[in-house]
Ligand binder design. Structure first.
Ligand code: DQQ
Length: 474
């Protein structure tokens, strides 16, 4: 592709729904993050990309690099489907590792419906990738199992061995991760399932498994197709079997899927997820692009739960801070602040007091014709994003999604909210994440308000920052 990606980005920059500080493809389609790796200090993000159309199709691996985890530079497409290869119909999701000083990708090649693991090795800048001539590196799924898929890879080192988990599902049983061992990433020996679900709460086919150790526990992140969301399992790993002991939802907003993690040089476990569109194919085609990457999230395990916080590096994008303190919020009379924007960060601390619900209204039109509510519901103890009135466009998704959130020991609720045009990411009390997509139609749907319902609440503090673009001169 000879098109200058920055020129493509500039062409789309005027689109009011196109995020300015979340990673997007230069144009056309993007889905899962792939092959996350820090190489020679630089963060590399690969992603599922259809460079020809703003809809899913024949998938290649897009590639971008960042020095600071915030600003990105587009690099040439890393993997293209090969006319005569096992990846003829697509280079699907995969993982990156450092194999004795050589960057290596394991990804799923698709040919005539068959999904097979393929290996590619890169140069020292990760620009040019050479596919292993012996691809696929595993000729067929293990015998004797009725599998619902054989795709997506997680890789880790144990002594001299590489261990690989492949996402799958056993018909009539549940989702599973099939475990393999290798010395050289080329020859693989099947060891059995790493773990298998019961087909109930964890669905029947697991995409994009990611297995890692964190804070003394083992974590398996999976994207069960039928659930249309990512979940995590925290548990114990021994004798090459993983025993889940707890289960949770990675993000409650209903828009984040296929997340992938990496361990960076600081030892942090970072996660990105694909934020899919909430609009139809016609709207995607009209826009010329589709798909957003979540902000990088730093993971921690606390007890049995996986916690995620926005990477601190994102603070570099903040403009001038504005603050409010101690504002009473009357029942059913939203407090209109002198605060507007569609690319802002907010940190709001509320005392829900005796209110049934309280929180923020964002992207609000002057008469409230369009508005998105981010709030806390005392009864259900859930933080929610209500996008039932986010847009006057009847074709976009509208719903209310929530997730359990513990208030702080002080009884307060902290909502950290990233608004970025059609993207909302909420981090509530360091316990609950919600990523959502909204498409307001009015240029004046920009105001921020505070609300309480079923009793008064109290705003302890609010800090707000306009956010800068992550792209040069766009
Ligand atoms: N996306 C890829 C697959 C994966 C799915 C294809 C998850 O490898 O299972 O684009 O979104």
């Amino acid at each position: 592709m000879n098109v200058d990606p920055l020129a493509l980005r500039r062409r789309l920059a005027g689109d009011p729904h196109r995020p300015i500080y979340h990673f997007t493809p230069p144009a056309n389609w993007m889905n899962d993050p792939n092959g996350l790796i820090q190489w020679k200090g630089r963060y590399h993000l690969f992603y599922q990309h259809n460079p020809s159309e703003p809809v899913w199709g024949k998938i290649a691996w897009g590639h971008a690099v960042s020095d600071d985890l915030v600003h990105w530079q587009d690099l040439p497409i890393a993997l293209w489907p090969d006319e005569n290869g096992p990846d003829r119909d697509g280079c699907w999701s995969g993982y990156a590792v450092d194999h004795e000083g050589t960057p290596a990708l394991l990804y799923t090649g698709l040919r005539a419906g068959e999904q097979r693991p393929c290996l590619a090795t890169g140069d020292d800048e990760l620009i040019t990738w050479r596919k292993h001539p012996g691809n696929p590196v595993i000729a067929a799924p293990p015998d004797g199992l009725k599998l619902l898929g054989f795709r997506d890879h997680t890789l880790w080192r144990e002594g001299d061995d590489w261990l690989q988990g492949i996402g799958s599902g056993i018909e009539g049983t549940g989702g599973t991760v099939l475990l393999y061992r290798s010395r050289d990433l080329r020859e693989w020996e099947y060891l059995g399932p790493l773990t298998t679900g019961d087909g109930q709460t964890t669905g029947n086919m697991w995409e994009c498994p990611d297995f890692f150790e964190l804070d003394g526990r083992h974590v398996l992140v999976i994207s069960p197709v039928s659930l249309r969301k990512a979940i995590y399992l925290v548990g114990t790993y021994s004798n090459r079997r993983f025993t889940p002991e707890a289960e949770g939802t990675v993000d409650f907003g209903g828009c984040l899927y296929a997340p992938l993690t990496m361990r960076d040089e600081q030892g942090r476990r970072l996660m990105w997820g694909w934020l899919w569109e909430g609009r139809d194919e016609q709207a995607q085609r009209a826009a010329g692009w589709a798909g957003v990457m979540s902000l990088p999230r730093v993971l921690q395990v606390e007890g049995d739960q996986l916690r995620a916080a926005p990477a601190p590096e994102l603070e570099a994008l903040r403009g001038e801070q504005r603050s409010w303190q101690h504002l009473p919020i009357t029942d059913d009379a939203p407090l209109v602040l002198d605060l507007h924007g569609d690319a802002i960060e907010l940190i709001a601390r509320f005392d829900p007091a005796s209110a049934a619900q309280c929180g923020l209204i964002v992207r609000c039109a002057p008469g409230g014709e369009e508005q998105t509510v981010i709030g806390y519901d005392n009864d259900s103890r859930q933080v929610f994003v209500d996008r039932t009135r986010s847009s006057l466009d009847p074709t976009v998704e509208r719903d209310l999604r929530g997730g359990i959130c513990q208030l702080g020991r002080d009884g307060l609720l902290t909502l950290r909210v990233f608004l970025d045009r059609s993207v909302i990411e909420v981090f509530a009390n360091h316990t609950t994440c919600l990523a959502s997509r909204i498409y307001p139609t009015r240029h004046d749907s920009q105001s921020v308000r505070l609300f309480a319902r079923g009793g008064p609440a109290h705003l302890v503090s609010l800090d707000a920052w306009p956010m800068r673009s992550i792209w040069p001169d766009s």
